[in-house]
Design a protein around this ligand. Structure first.
Ligand SMILES: *[C@@H]1O[C@H](CO)[C@@H](O)[C@H](O)[C@H]1NC(C)=O
Ligand SMILES: *[C@@H]1O[C@H](CO)[C@@H](O)[C@H](O)[C@H]1NC(C)=O
Ligand SMILES: *[C@@H]1O[C@H](CO)[C@@H](O)[C@H](O)[C@H]1NC(C)=O
Ligand SMILES: *[C@@H]1O[C@H](CO)[C@@H](O)[C@H](O)[C@H]1NC(C)=O
Ligand SMILES: *[C@@H]1O[C@H](CO)[C@@H](O)[C@H](O)[C@H]1NC(C)=O
Ligand SMILES: *[C@@H]1O[C@H](CO)[C@@H](O)[C@H](O)[C@H]1NC(C)=O
Ligand SMILES: *[C@@H]1O[C@H](CO)[C@@H](O)[C@H](O)[C@H]1NC(C)=O
Ligand SMILES: *[C@@H]1O[C@H](CO)[C@@H](O)[C@H](O)[C@H]1NC(C)=O
Ligand SMILES: *[C@@H]1O[C@H](CO)[C@@H](O)[C@H](O)[C@H]1NC(C)=O
Ligand SMILES: *[C@@H]1O[C@H](CO)[C@@H](O)[C@H](O)[C@H]1NC(C)=O
Ligand SMILES: *[C@@H]1O[C@H](CO)[C@@H](O)[C@H](O)[C@H]1NC(C)=O
Ligand SMILES: *[C@@H]1O[C@H](CO)[C@@H](O)[C@H](O)[C@H]1NC(C)=O
Length: 594
């Protein structure tokens, strides 16, 4: 009896010792771990069986739910039959483009290998998404939501919602991603998608002619009177979608890491790659369930009717199924003015704090002098060297075999040129690996001019930028007179309407090599992207982290790659050494006391 008690108290002492050691050891920001198996599953979201990319057998993948400043560790095992990279859309990876998961910064993870991403969500809040960044894989899934919660000490500009839904919407083809890739490689368009998925599921059978029987649809279960936060992400290929919930107002609250001025919308256009948070109050009388709709935008309804996602909002006191026609989409098929005005109405809540207590408006971007101006102009796909390609400013980006950032670190020459033009080239378009030379701590103005016939969403990795203006026609110097210099929203992806421009301002304070791309998967795949290189001219180790110990090698550096099954050589990195020493001490303590 006594012995048992003694043993117990000893093990309590032991636990206290261990936990105090752990606190000492990991007093910094907490770590959050994920283990992901990326593999194919068979699914039939639109009634046709096909190969879909799942994470831990789930499609969409699990939500990465973390808090400002957390260290996120994601161990990805690639069980696909081709190489894989996951990118964390909107996560800024401060000082750490090594973890960005695009071909300019990382070698892809080979089939049946595992690779561990480790990054900090430093000074960020908000709703983002992740997805595979190469090989057109996003068209087959592999995507999911990211939530970065506020730290407890920082107020959120709305009451705590009664629930939190992540909704992934996107156009979808019944053809698999290798087929779609083949179509594009063959110089053809993908054609009309087969439908729109909501959380990986097909439409509710609102019309028995249009929707076949036996399709699994998404249901959102809610309680009357409660308010829910909905985090919307368009993770599709190329279709702009209009999102609406029958009879309910959507109070816009956040977009891609910024709190917005809170306004009600009855419907909102969400372009490919964009994310929004709404607050929705269940203020209806539940006479029936309600339709949740995501329908294709700027198309002929008669032809595109089947490209509509429909889910169900079900009150716990619902008196019956939803029926009748879907709530109307905006009625302006060929006029994009309504949509542009809606985009302009989304503004920054300047008085709310976000990841830090100081108000979002305290960074007075409107009074900072611009140091570099780039006009990036895209054109419809055209033939270059016998291939159908897309361009930005006359250059169609080609991914070299050696990632740009690795080439720089190991001083491999000739991988790319640092000569991307400030103005679109006027001569014949060309293929190339031309990079923008960003000025560290500069303030860059980028004008995105869309000469194509469809909406393109541009995204910049590593940064959030201020959206200061958009209009139809060609941008000119005098367009600056229309800029919003006060409450333009700060976000990481913005649409550019066809025949129109969008202007953004970005403060280049994050050292690294950062991808600037269209999120539309087809035009991205064909070359509509560029990288921005931001180098601190001062020689210091403080503004960029060193290459991670587990970096993969390929291209000109492939001889550096150790086969994965070999034990890793003992690292001399100081942090690893320290944690190893602490582990040894812990084990000593353990063996003495237990
Ligand atoms: C995210 O994690 C927090 C706890 O940190 C939890 O309260 C919340 O319900 C989670 N949200 C989701 C959508 O899982
Ligand atoms: C990652 O997962 C793989 C497969 O489950 C496992 O073998 C490996 O040890 C894990 N690596 C790390 C660093 O956790
Ligand atoms: C996962 O990666 C580690 C480190 O590269 C390696 O030692 C291990 O064998 C890998 N495991 C699998 C299942 O690939
Ligand atoms: C894709 O579909 C084609 C037939 O359309 C098939 O031959 C091929 O095996 C499929 N590939 C994958 C990865 O599912
Ligand atoms: C269902 O869709 C078809 C084809 O668009 C249409 O003709 C029909 O009126 C619709 N039925 C109902 C009940 O709305
Ligand atoms: C938004 O609409 C709801 C009703 O759905 C209303 O109660 C609320 O006051 C509106 N908020 C704003 C800011 O307009
Ligand atoms: C409440 O439900 C009834 C049917 O039960 C319907 O006719 C009425 O329009 C509804 N009222 C509101 C405010 O939604
Ligand atoms: C939409 O397509 C239908 C069928 O092809 C056609 O009759 C109609 O005129 C088109 N509508 C518009 C607005 O172009
Ligand atoms: C911006 O430039 C103007 C003149 O070129 C100068 O007077 C002003 O001080 C500069 N503002 C800042 C914030 O550097
Ligand atoms: C890139 O810009 C820096 C200044 O920010 C300049 O010193 C350097 O010469 C430029 N490099 C090239 C190749 O233009
Ligand atoms: C594309 O550019 C040409 C030449 O500047 C112009 O005539 C045409 O209207 C533009 N088209 C669009 C859709 O912007
Ligand atoms: C940066 O770190 C490397 C290796 O850790 C070291 O060799 C180098 O001297 C450091 N450079 C500076 C400027 O501190």
């Amino acid at each position: 009896m006594m012995g048992l008690l003694l043993l117990r108290s000893l093990s309590v002492v032991c636990l206290i010792y261990i936990s105090s050691f752990l606190t000492l050891c990991f007093a910094g920001d907490p770590f959050v771990y994920y283990d992901w198996d990326v593999s194919y599953i068979t699914a039939a979201p639109l009634g046709v069986k096909q190969q879909v990319i799942a994470i831990n057998k789930k499609f969409p993948g699990p939500i990465v739910n973390v808090t400002t400043n957390n260290n996120v560790v994601v161990n990805v095992t690639n069980n696909l039959d081709e190489e894989l990279l996951i990118t964390w859309n909107g996560i800024q990876h401060r000082r750490n483009s090594w973890q960005d998961g695009v071909l300019g910064t990382n070698c892809p993870i080979p089939t049946s290998w595992n690779w561990t991403y480790q990054f900090q969500v430093k000074d960020q809040i908000g709703s983002f998404s992740y997805f595979p960044s190469t090989n057109f894989q996003r068209a087959a899934g592999g995507y999911g939501g990211i939530i970065v919660n506020n730290r407890d000490v920082i107020a959120v500009p709305f009451g705590t919602p009664d629930g939190d839904f992540t909704i992934m919407i996107g156009d979808w083809y019944n053809r698999n991603h290798s087929d779609l890739r083949k179509t594009l490689n063959g110089g053809k368009d993908l054609g009309m998608p087969d439908g729109v998925l909501i959380n990986g599921k097909g439409p509710y059978r609102y019309n028995t002619t249009l929707v076949p029987d036996g399709i699994d649809y998404e249901t959102f279960n809610v309680h009357p009177g409660k308010t829910y936060r909905i985090r919307m992400h368009n993770v599709g290929i190329s279709t702009s979608l209009n999102f609406r919930i029958q009879s309910h107002n959507m109070l816009l609250a956040e977009t891609e890491g910024s709190y917005t001025v809170q306004q009600n919308y009855t419907n909102l256009d969400i372009h490919v790659g964009q994310s929004y948070s709404f607050l929705i109050t269940m203020d209806q009388n539940a006479s029936t369930d309600y339709y949740v709709v995501a329908s294709a935008r700027f198309v002929n309804e008669t032809i595109w009717r089947r490209v509509t996602g429909v889910a169900i909002l079900k009150y716990s006191n619902s008196k019956g199924a939803a029926s009748g026609p879907l709530p109307d989409a905006p009625n302006d098929v060929y006029d994009k003015t309504f949509s542009m005005n809606q985009a302009r109405s989304i503004r920054l809540n300047t008085s709310a704090g976000a990841a830090r207590p100081n108000p979002q408006g305290s960074f007075k971007y409107g009074s900072i002098n611009v140091t570099d101006v780039y006009i990036l102009k895209n054109k419809p796909a055209m033939m270059i060297n016998g291939k159908r390609r897309t361009t930005l400013s006359g250059i169609s980006y080609v991914n070299p075999d050696t990632p740009l950032r690795l080439a720089d670190w190991f001083k491999v020459k000739g991988v790319y040129t640092l000569d991307f033009p400030n103005q679109p080239l006027t001569g014949a378009p060309r293929m190339g690996t031309s990079v923008i030379n960003g000025t560290y701590r500069g303030f860059m103005e980028i004008i995105l001019q869309n000469n194509d016939t469809s909406v393109q969403t541009y995204h910049m990795d590593g940064y959030a930028f201020f959206v200061v203006g958009m209009d139809f026609g060609e941008w000119t110097n005098s367009s600056r007179g229309t800029y919003n210099k006060w409450d333009g929203v700060s976000r990481c992806s913005i649409q550019v309407f066809p025949g129109a421009w969008t202007a953004i301002l970005v403060s280049l304070d994050n050292v690294g090599l950062w991808n600037l791309r269209t999120q539309n998967l087809d035009t991205w795949y064909l070359g509509q992207e560029v990288y921005v290189k931001v180098v601190n001219p001062e020689s210091t180790n403080k503004t960029e982290l060193p290459i991670p110990d587990n970096a993969l090698f390929c291209g000109a550096l492939k001889n550096k790659q150790q086969p994965p099954h070999k034990p890793k050589s003992v690292s001399s990195s100081p942090t690893e050494g320290r944690s190893r020493m602490l582990l040894t001490m812990l084990m000593l303590v353990f063996s003495v006391f237990c």
